[in-house]
Design a protein around this ligand. Structure first.
Ligand SMILES: Cc1cc2nc3c(=O)[nH]c(=O)nc-3n(C[C@H](O)[C@H](O)[C@H](O)COP(=O)(O)OP(=O)(O)OC[C@H]3O[C@@H](n4cnc5c(N)ncnc54)[C@H](O)[C@@H]3O)c2cc1C
Ligand SMILES: Cc1cc2nc3c(=O)[nH]c(=O)nc-3n(C[C@H](O)[C@H](O)[C@H](O)COP(=O)(O)O)c2cc1C
Length: 453
């Protein structure tokens, strides 16, 4: 989205811009279409009874969305397909396939996203015998990170080492670059099958209704609770665990993600936003806009992003262990509100911040959940309230017996907040307490869900 388009959106005149965008996309798709149909016909002729595997390695859902779009295109072109998350794929299934398309994102130090971590550990340790497999890799990444497309590249290298033949060179996508995505789509047939829809929905203006500083006096950066409502129209639906993206005029290529801290039934979309500061003292582009530049009543361009891997779906009847720090309380709070509304009280919150006196975010609500029994167990871990630094992962290790007992009764784990330090420490603690086999099982069966950044 261009800066000019953002201004148009802010002014509310979205229809013209959207029509222009649709026309541009349509024109591009028409150009790609005839070549696509030729390739799809070849693919369809080559494919035998075994379906083409469309495999995704995803954290926040982009790779998954693209995998499903690709599958829809292939089906429309007459190719039988089977879509799977990489963690659900075993060596035997891959070994018996004749064609596989991989859509893979990268996290951390060029690591696999959570949806592929078990596959990376269990299957990619050594080469397989895949000489009858033809494959293609679409690697999603961002050049701002050191290990650009690290996992997609590792996957490609491993497939080649296993004797599989690439259909074409690993296609790398920088920051959702539309040209690279169009090049991928153009390979797989009728692009009309994916429609013109944006998988995450369109940006629309939302109005800032309230903003409250939650940690006055904190040694850390200010954290605000923001309440937003649609500028026009009804409150859209979302599920606890979902994200929003905020578009910023000065950096239109890079919308920022925020975890939603409320439910549609609250009548407001709430966010917990930490005000970032650059080393030169200027505020973070998006967090500065949200926590300082905007005044009450102003609008911001926002869109909802379903975050299926972090929803409660599939775990509704399980006990929940909710672990997080800082603004990570946002995603956990939405889940706890959903659990309270559903009357599910087997919830354990392990939350970390700096000092109880200043950083006990949403204290009233958390204490009320404890008093009413919505929280069966609460561990607030304040790192600076004692001489030694204590973090949530230390509390988990101290509570290893309880953690094991909750896992034995089928609990699911939701982690939200800092990737480095918190989520990595929690992951190590969990592996230590549960053991590697149960850890892999938790990831593979969707009982270990993360929204970490
Ligand atoms: C899935 C997900 C969920 C998230 N949920 C939340 C949430 O619930 N709450 C929340 O607060 N955040 C959340 N985030 C983080 C959020 O998306 C933003 O990354 C964060 O708010 C910072 O964005 P910004 O535009 O304010 O900072 P930016 O301007 O992008 O700056 C970020 C950092 O980049 C560096 N930098 C950028 N520009 C410069 C410069 N000119 N000079 C020097 N250094 C620079 C600095 O280190 C700076 O601190 C989430 C992220 C993800 C991926
Ligand atoms: C916290 C974080 C870490 C990331 N690390 C990398 C990285 O090391 N290398 C890279 O190329 N991209 C990195 N990315 C970019 C993602 O791979 C990219 O946004 C991708 O489109 C996400 O797809 P997904 O939603 O399917 O997970 C990172 C993104 C985030 C939010």
């Amino acid at each position: 989205m261009t800066e000019a388009m953002l201004r148009t959106l802010g002014a509310g005149a979205t229809a013209t811009a959207y029509a222009a965008l649709c026309l541009a996309v349509y024109a591009r798709q028409r150009r790609l279409r005839s070549a696509a149909i030729r390739e799809a016909a070849a693919l369809s002729a080559e494919s035998d009874a075994a379906p083409t595997l469309v495999l995704f390695a995803s954290q926040t859902g982009q790779a998954e969305t693209i995998a499903w779009q690709t599958a829809r295109q292939l089906r429309a072109a007459g190719t039988p397909v089977r879509v799977m998350e990489l963690n659900a794929l075993d060596a035997a299934t891959l070994g018996s396939a004749s064609r596989a398309l991989f859509v893979a994102s990268t996290y951390g130090e060029g690591d696999a996203p959570d949806g592929a971590s078990v596959f990376a550990e269990r299957v990619m340790g050594s080469p397989l015998a895949l000489s009858s497999l033809r494959y293609a890799v679409l690697a999603l990444g961002d050049r701002q990170y050191k290990n650009f497309c690290g996992f997609g590249r590792a996957l490609d290298a491993w497939l080649q080492a296993s004797g599989a033949s690439p259909n074409f060179e690993c296609l790398e996508v920088d920051n959702s670059d539309p040209a690279a995505l169009a090049a991928w789509q153009a390979r797989w047939g009728d692009t009309a099958a994916i429609g013109h829809e944006d998988p995450d929905g369109a940006f629309a203006p939302w109005r800032l209704a309230r903003r409250e500083l939650l940690n006055a006096g904190s040694a850390g950066a200010p954290v605000f609770l923001l309440s937003l409502v649609p500028h026009a129209g009804a409150m859209p639906r979302w599920a606890s665990g979902d994200l929003v993206q905020i578009a910023v005029a000065s950096d239109p290529a890079r919308p920022r993600d925020y975890s939603i801290a409320s439910l549609p039934t609250d009548g407001e979309l709430q966010l917990l936003v930490r005000q970032e500061q650059h080393p030169d003292g200027t505020l973070g582009t998006a967090s500065g806009l949200l926590t300082s530049t905007l005044t009450i009543g102003d609008t911001v361009a926002l869109r909802l992003r379903p975050h299926r891997a972090f929803r409660l779906e599939g775990n509704e009847t399980r006990p929940l262990i909710l672990i997080g720090n800082g603004t990570g309380l946002a995603g956990l709070r939405a889940h706890l509100r959903a659990r309270a509304a559903a009357g599910c009280h087997d919830n354990w919150l392990v939350f970390g911040e700096r000092q109880a006196a200043y950083d006990f975010l949403c204290r009233g609500e958390i204490e009320a959940w404890q008093a009413s029994g919505v929280l069966q167990r609460l561990d607030m871990v304040f790192s600076r309230d004692q001489p030694e630094r204590l973090y949530v992962q230390h509390r988990l290790l101290q509570s290893a017996d309880t953690l094991r007992a909750w896992l034995d009764k089928g609990a699911a784990i939701y982690v939200c907040g800092s990737r480095q330090g918190m989520a990595s420490g929690v992951d190590a603690a969990l592996k230590q307490v549960a053991g590697s086999t149960l850890w892999q099982d938790l990831v593979a069966t969707g009982r270990y869900c993360r929204d970490v950044y």
